[in-house]
Design a protein around this ligand. Structure first.
Ligand SMILES: Nc1ncnc2c1ncn2[C@@H]1O[C@H](COP(=O)(O)OP(=O)(O)O)[C@@H](O)[C@H]1O
Ligand SMILES: [Mg+2]
Length: 363
């Protein structure tokens, strides 16, 4: 996804100049003409950064910044104040209200673009940190709830089965059956939670990504069942070995492939690619994309959270497990998707040279 920047300025020429510069650098740009409009747009479009002019009618930049920073939903979006005067009080005022940075007008576009890049980098790191914390908290909560539910659930299931055996009245028998079916659904959910807990720790040893991909693809074939889906692989030649838990990594990929198969209605294509990141920082990328129906933006933001599912029988834990496993590999996972345009999951492995040669043991 392109980073999204909200440019807020009442002056049309200033707004257009900045917007076109940022668009030329590959950002998605939204604009607002005053503070009130900015607050509404920030809540609706969730920009990654806000460039905020100070002197504006209706609501000035200071008040806008104060409001953005006091709302939980917009608090973490970095704000750059665009101040016309370079007086110290002006700068301090903005920073005190929670702005991350300020730029004095007239500004150089080169400086603006450098600061934007820096703030977006910071924002990405912060979101990842928050995401990790959120996932850990959710994981602990899921464990706690599962623990509390297990015993009562066994009791309900057991009693309903006894009722079912001894009941002769057909209507009451049907009621007992409904209870049993619901209990079974929850038991399946518990099973997934147990799987989730069982998977938490990955044991890393040197392994090759191609084997893992081949294993996951082989396991997905029977799942395709009746649909016309081709699975293509475009793998880089001789990828380096790296530290991995082969079993867990295969589960991680399988979960992504399974979702792709389930998402494609009748006919489509799934492509698995590996390649090195162009930046040359020894990052191996693994991409799994499908030609399915895509995912809407609202859902996409929570896709890795537990129990996020759009399926009647889904537990919504597949991608939570995948996320966890990738984290254990010190990797990162991202997803890009648009309604109607398919979905691409990208996994990044930051490779370090493996210290131990195969067969050698570390004492
Ligand atoms: N490739 C995809 N295309 C469309 N939707 C997807 C895709 N992958 C995941 N999703 C959505 O994300 C949800 C969560 O997936 P997951 O965590 O595996 O749980 P589950 O498969 O049990 O629903 C799915 O229910 C689906 O709505
Ligand atoms: Mg799934």
């Amino acid at each position: 996804m392109k980073p999204r920047i909200l440019v807020v300025d009442d002056d049309e020429s200033g707004r257009t100049l900045l917007s076109s510069k940022l668009e030329a650098e590959g950002y998605e740009v939204e604009t607002a003409v005053n503070g009130r409009e900015a607050i509404i747009k920030a809540g609706d479009t969730h920009p990654d950064l806000i460039m905020l002019d100070v002197m504006m009618p209706v609501m000035d930049g200071y008040e806008t910044c104060r409001r953005l920073k006091s709302d939980e939903e917009t608090r973490y979006i970095p704000v750059v104040m665009l101040t016309a005067r370079s007086e110290l009080e002006d700068k301090l005022m903005g920073l005190e209200l929670g702005a991350e940075d300020y730029i004095v007008k007239p500004y150089s576009l080169v400086e603006v673009s450098a600061r934007v890049r820096c703030l977006l980098r910071m924002r990405a790191l912060q979101s990842r940190l928050r995401e990790t914390e959120e996932m850990a908290a959710l994981g602990a909560m899921v464990d706690g709830i599962a623990h509390e539910i297990r015993n009562p659930l066994t009791a309900i299931g057991g009693m309903a089965r006894r009722l079912m055996e001894h009941e002769t009245d057909p209507e009451r028998k049907r009621h007992a059956e409904t209870i049993i079916k619901s209990v079974e659904r929850m038991e399946r959910m518990m099973q997934r939670i147990d799987e989730y807990k069982g998977i938490l720790s990955s044991r890393l040893s040197p392994g090759g990504i191609d084997d893992v991909i081949a294993g996951a693809v082989e396991e997905i074939m029977p799942v395709i069942d009746g649909k016309k889906i081709t699975v293509k692989t475009e793998l880089m030649p001789a990828p380096p070995l790296f530290s991995m838990d082969r079993t867990n990594l295969k589960i991680a990929l399988f979960n992504i492939l399974q979702n792709a198969v389930e998402a494609i209605e009748n006919e489509g294509e799934i492509t698995v690619r590996t390649f090195f990141a162009p930046a040359g920082d020894n990052t191996l990328l693994l991409e799994i994309s499908d030609t399915g129906p895509g995912i809407d933006e609202e859902f996409l933001r929570k896709i890795f959270h537990p129990f996020q599912t759009s399926k009647m029988t889904g537990a919504g834990l597949g991608l939570t497990i995948t996320y966890r496993i990738i984290q254990d590999h010190m990797g990162a996972i991202d997803v890009r998707s648009k309604k109607g345009e398919g979905t691409t999951f990208t996994i990044r492995f930051h490779l370090k040279p493996i210290a131990t040669a195969p067969g050698q043991t570390v004492s």
